[in-house]
Every structure is written in structure tokens, then in C-alpha cells.
Design a protein around this ligand. Structure first.
Ligand SMILES: *Cc1c(COP(=O)(O)O)cnc(C)c1O
Length: 379
């Protein structure tokens, strides 16, 4: 166990299981079509897991490419001496940003011809060329040029000196939906765009379309590369895709009991007294709150695990602390370790459990843990 901060286990912390991460990479590579490369998506600090340490581990066990969302996320990786190709998923538009992209040898996404022209000016001034990825919109309605304008877009970019097109890609909006109609339509539009390029004798080095869900749906979505985020971290994009590959959650969140007290029946707990003890109760405080990544919407709706048993959380979650009802667990002590997210004995609490309870998605739960808690990397 490498403790990255000597006080790491004082109050609350995140544990990252690098062996689970390796197992997930290996398992995902096994289901890829032959020759399909694995791009690991480590934006948002690797979905809260720590971008630099995750990058090092996945590159050491077979990841081919890294993807991040913002310029600063890419710079962080380069400053950590990571040499692998890094694609930027988000849009880069200003001359200042483009200069940084060049300086740090990152590979941006070009979404429109006019964006390409901004690049052209900066690159001409600097006298350098740059590898870029072109994005088309087949139905996500986010970044990219609309699929039926692909040929004009690609030809326009090809005419710009200094831009080397490394790949063309699109993004699926509903690959996690058991109803595959929208996904099939997007796939058809992607195929149509590729056919049109062929008809114009335009050859693109690499094509990619699939996120985690698309990767699990099947090999006809894999093309030359898949862009896997969520699955890397051991979560499934949807229940119906759970039998496609065996994944293990990588993140656990732990905290310690910081105080224990006995209160009479009718005592209100936390801001707003949204919980009232219906019996003489023992309350434990643990040192983790919404500023750390525990969503406040989980107030009175979450459990933790202590000594292999579920314990109910009570009252509103506060910024730095939450309360537990430990009336039925009289042996617990201050300093005791609490599993907030993860496995203890036969019990588990997953990011999916939390997401379901508050009507969001596991992606958002994981990303919530990127700010304040120290990370312990278990090798
Ligand atoms: C975030 C992202 C991904 C990864 O998505 P997951 O569902 O987490 O696998 C892939 N492609 C693009 C363009 C993204 O923005």
C-alpha cells in the first residue's frame, strides 16, 4: 500500500485498487474486435480516481491511447512524464490554448471547419504541424459537424497545411439503452459518412465510435479504437450489459468515526432536523460530507458498512460530516473505519446504488470524489 499523504487515513479517504483496474483493462481488451485499440478515458481526474496514477497503470497493462476533456487535464499528464498519445475530447478554440496544445504535444478534437482555420493560423505562425482528430455529430447533438456534411468538413481540413488527421470519430447518445433504435440510426449515419468519404477517395487513418456501452454492445461498433471510461472503473453503463464482461469496482471510500454520543428519544439530528430519533439513540459522527463527494440528496437514504454490517445514515448530510444511527451497535468506537462506498465482508455499496437512490448516474457519483479526499493507491 502506498500512502500518498501521511495523514491520508485520519478522517476520510479514497482507496484505488490498481489490481482491479488492471483486471478491467485485461477483461475489456478480451472483448475487443481484432486490431481494435483501447483508448482509456481519464477525464475529470479519471472519474475521480486520480488521472496520473490511473494513466500509469492502464498504460502498463495494454491501454493504447489516453483521452481527457480539457487542456489542463492533458498538461497534468505531460507534467507527470506520461508520453502516450493524449486526445482532448473537448473543444479548443483560442490561440492561447492552441499554443499550449502544441507545446505539450496533445491531440485536439476539431469539430468544425472554422475551428480548423483558427488552428491553421496559429500553426502557420509557429511553423509546426499537429495531429488532430475530427468529430462528426451523428445524433448526440453535442460537438462535431453534422454527419451529412462529413466530406466537405474533412476535405476542408485536409486542405489546411499543418493539420494531420489521425482519426475521425462520433459519439453515441443511447448505447446504454436496451432499445437500440437510436444507436442503430447513429451507427448507420456513421457508416454513411464513411461510405461517402470512400466514394471521394478520402482515406482516414482510424475511425472510432464506441464508449463503454458501445464497446459492450458488440464488435461491429468497435472500428479501429474504442473510448472506454466508466467500464475501466468497474461499473456497468446499464444492467442489461452486465453479462458482457466481468468488471470490478476500482474505488472505495472510507471514513472514520470521529465522535459517539447518546441522546434521548425525540432528539433532532443535523441541519433542519430532517431526522428525529424515535428511541433513545446512539449517534456516531463520521468525518466525510458533501464537500468530499457524498451527495447531499442521499440524506437519510444511505447506509454505510461497519464490521460487515449495514448502518443507517441519519439527518441531513453536512459539508464535512454525516451522522449514523449506531444504537444497535454498542461496541463501536471512535476511530473505527467505516466503508462509505465499497465492499466489507459480504456487503457492498456501489456508485450505482447511490445513483439509483437519487436519480442520477454512476458517472456523476464517481466524479464527485475528485476534490478533497486523499487517495491511497493500493498496488
Ligand atoms: C466521456 C466520453 C467517453 C467515455 O464514456 P463512458 O461512457 O464513460 O465510457 C467516450 N467518448 C467521449 C466523446 C466522451 O466524452
Amino acid at each position: 500500500m502506498i500512502v500518498t499523504n501521511s495523514n491520508a487515513t485520519q478522517r476520510a479517504w479514497v482507496e484505488i485498487d490498481h489490481q482491479a483496474l488492471i483486471n478491467n483493462v485485461v477483461a475489456l481488451k478480451k472483448i475487443l474486435a481484432p486490431h481494435t485499440k483501447l483508448m482509456t478515458v481519464i477525464k475529470a481526474d479519471a472519474y475521480g480516481h486520480g488521472a496520473v496514477s490511473v494513466a500509469k497503470t492502464v498504460l502498463g497493462c495494454g491501454a493504447d491511447y489516453l483521452a481527457i476533456a480539457t487542456l489542463s487535464e492533458g498538461i497534468e499528464l505531460r507534467k507527470a512524464q506520461i508520453k502516450a498519445p493524449i486526445m482532448i475530447l473537448g473543444a479548443i478554440n483560442s490561440a492561447e490554448e492552441i499554443e499550449e496544445v502544441v507545446k505539450w504535444q496533445l491531440e485536439p478534437t476539431i469539430c468544425t471547419l472554422s475551428q480548423g482555420q483558427v488552428f491553421a493560423e496559429v500553426l502557420a505562425r509557429l511553423g509546426v504541424s499537429l495531429s488532430v482528430h475530427l468529430k462528426i455529430d451523428t445524433g448526440m447533438s453535442r460537438l462535431g459537424t453534422l454527419w451529412h456534411k462529413t466530406v466537405t468538413f474533412v476535405k476542408g481540413i485536409q486542405n489546411i497545411a499543418h493539420l494531420e488527421i489521425k482519426s475521425l470519430y462520433s459519439h453515441l447518445a443511447t448505447a446504454d439503452d436496451p432499445d437500440s433504435r437510436v444507436m442503430n440510426l447513429q451507427h448507420q449515419r456513421f457508416r454513411d459518412a464513411i461510405e461517402e468519404l470512400k466514394a471521394h477517395q478520402i482515406d482516414i487513418q482510424a475511425l472510432h465510435l464506441a464508449n463503454s456501452a458501445g464497446t459492450m454492445v458488440g464488435q461491429d461498433l468497435h472500428y479501429d479504437m474504442v473510448r472506454v471510461g466508466l467500464a475501466l472503473y468497474g461499473l456497468y453503463p446499464s444492467v442489461h450489459l452486465q453479462n458482457r464482461v466481468q468488471l470490478q469496482p476500482v474505488m472505495e471510500v472510507k471514513a472514520r468515526i470521529t465522535q459517539i454520543k447518546n441522546v434521548p428519544a425525540d432528539t433532532g439530528v443535523s441541519y433542519g432536523h430532517s431526522f428525529k430519533c424515535d428511541r433513545p439513540s446512539t449517534i456516531a459522527v463520521i468525518g466525510i460530507g458533501y464537500a468530499d463527494g457524498v451527495p447531499r440528496l442521499l440524506s437519510n437514504k444511505m447506509k454505510v458498512i461497519i464490521r460487515g454490517k449495514y448502518v443507517q445514515q441519519i439527518g441531513n448530510i453536512t459539508m464535512d460530516q454525516i451522522m449514523l444511527d449506531i444504537t444497535d451497535f454498542p461496541d463501536l468506537k471512535v476511530g473505527e473505519i467505516v466503508t462509505v462506498l465499497g465492499q466489507d465482508g459480504d456487503l457492498t455499496i456501489t456508485a450505482d446504488d447511490w445513483a439509483r437512490a437519487i436519480g442520477t448516474i454512476s458517472w456523476e457519483i464517481l466524479c464527485g470524489f475528485k476534490h478533497r479526499l486523499p487517495r491511497i493507491n493500493n498496488e
